[in-house]
Design a protein around this ligand. Structure first.
Ligand SMILES: Cc1cc2nc3c(=O)[nH]c(=O)nc-3n(C[C@H](O)[C@H](O)[C@H](O)COP(=O)(O)OP(=O)(O)OC[C@H]3O[C@@H](n4cnc5c(N)ncnc54)[C@H](O)[C@@H]3O)c2cc1C
Length: 436
């Protein structure tokens, strides 16, 4: 068998089921112009992925393989590869957001497509209600996940011996329609400029786990305090698969055996699965509300002030500054900011989702869309639409000494708030009731 191994959200050699197929293989990565064309040339994520792809290439070389790197539209890339030599199938791990499903469908018309399960703990249809429909409420889904969780879900895949297909691995293959050109493997060659990544972003996932070990027992108590480093910081690694979810679960099991309460952290990992499962079963949620007809009120003045960190609400502006400067934002701050956006500013959640999508390092369609719908009160199992976070009491509770806010706003001149919390909350409640 001659197989193409297509790496996408699994940029690692360790514990990668793609490396289990015996026979001849052509490992590839595609810088997808469909995605890249909408990004600015200083996008941090592309710099991160480029770094991870180069590391993957070196890691594959250490086991006698290599990585062919392409730049182009995936369909064109596959046509070009198949034009030069025959292949029996393409193997890749399942990727479930709308664009990924359509992309993979197109490729499956060119070549048989074998999916391996890798990105999540459970397959999207592995946890269903008794009537075989998806769970719509997190807690019963979570309870079922705990019952169904078995050793197989944390199985470690060890690579087998594969024969590398002869190919030009030394260059970047740019495919433009049917035309192929060869270039040095450099970030600039795909139209992006190197970015300085933060220390955390350059820390390996294994080091992150080692550091997080000391925090795990206090995770449930401390995870909401934004000035602390009390969470794992693994979301970007999980997004691009620079660590396998099963490796995290094995690590978690080892912690549990030491007597540490691992459940609060496991619960968050299941949240990630839950959101991926929901978007897989309900793809229209990418744009449409699951419930209620709230559309928000389009207001460019509010939106521009929000995106420029100029709302005058310190915790909100601090969160946006953190996002713009690093591509990251603490989970509690994301919740406060999204509530402020959809309720106090009454803007359409889709605008906020798109803004986060542009800057978040860990941007993941399912987690981002479903979290925005949760904040707006329009999603599956959302926060009630009438619950509006007060950003000031939230800051008082989770950033009492103002350390987080000061860290991101220290050189900013205080500005008046664009909306008053009480008035804007009343306006939102009236709007929601009218729309019901
Ligand atoms: C409005 C909004 C948008 C969000 N957008 C994204 C996004 O695009 N990508 C993303 O990965 N997360 C998103 N989240 C969830 C959460 O904020 C991040 O996963 C978390 O902050 C990442 O930090 P961490 O890795 O230290 O998390 P930890 O607390 O260490 O959690 C471990 C892992 O569990 C998963 N996880 C944790 N909390 C959640 C959650 N609430 N929902 C889903 N998965 C979770 C993540 O994969 C995370 O890496 C969003 C949350 C909100 C409120």
């Amino acid at each position: 068998m001659r197989r193409i191994l297509w790496f996408r959200r699994d940029l690692r050699v360790e514990d990668n089921p793609l490396l289990l197929f015996e026979g001849e293989v052509l490992p590839i990565f595609i810088f997808d112009t469909e995605i890249l064309s909408s990004l600015t040339h200083n996008d941090r994520r592309v710099a991160f992925i480029f770094h991870a792809v180069v590391q993957l290439k070196s890691a594959l070389q250490t086991i006698g393989l290599d990585l062919a790197i392409f730049y182009g539209n995936p369909t064109d890339v596959f046509k070009s590869i198949l034009q030069n030599s025959p292949y029996d199938e393409v193997c890749a791990s399942g990727d479930y957001d709308n664009y990924a499903c359509e992309r993979d469908r197109n490729i499956s018309h060119l070549l048989p497509f074998t999916f391996v399960h890798d990105t999540y703990i459970f397959k999207p249809d592995e946890i269903l209600k008794n009537d075989d429909t998806p769970y719509l409420v997190f807690t019963p889904y979570y309870n079922r996940a705990k019952i169904l969780f078995q050793p197989v879900h944390q199985y470690e895949y060890r690579h087998t011996s594969q024969q590398l297909i002869s190919f030009d691995y030394q260059v970047l293959h740019k495919i433009d329609d049917t035309r192929e050109t060869f270039h040095p493997i450099k970030l600039e060659q795909i139209g992006f400029i190197p970015q300085s990544l933060t220390h955390d972003q350059l820390t390996s996932p294994q080091q992150k786990l080692d550091l997080f070990a000391a925090q795990l027992s206090n995770y449930s108590v401390k995870r909401d305090f934004m000035a602390l480093s009390a969470t794992s910081g693994l979301s970007t690694d999980l997004r691009f698969g620079t660590i396998s979810i099963r490796a995290i679960l094995r690590w978690l099991t080892a912690q549990k055996e030491k007597g540490i309460d691992t459940e609060p952290f496991f619960r968050q990992l299941i949240f990630r699965d839950f959101y991926a499962m929901l978007l897989y079963h309900f793809p229209h949620l990418a744009h449409q509300n699951f419930r209620y007809n709230f559309r928000g009120i389009e207001n460019n003045e509010f939106f521009n002030a929000f995106c420029a960190a100029k709302t005058g609400v310190p915790i909100v502006d601090a969160g946006i500054r953190q996002l713009l400067e690093t591509g990251e934002m603490h989970n509690r701050v994301r919740m406060i900011v999204a509530s402020f956006f959809t309720k106090n500013l009454l803007l359409p959640w889709q605008w906020g989702e798109a803004f986060f999508a542009k800057y978040l390092m860990d941007y993941d369609a399912a987690s981002n869309i479903l979290s925005w719908q949760w904040s707006a009160g329009t999603g599956i199992d959302p926060q009630p639409y009438f619950r509006i976070f007060n950003p000031y009491t939230q800051s008082q509770k989770f950033d009492k000494d103002g350390l987080y806010t000061h860290r991101w706003l220290k050189d900013a001149t205080p500005i008046p708030q664009i909306v008053d919390h009480k008035e804007s909350s009343e306006r939102a409640l009236k709007y929601f009731k009218r729309s019901l």
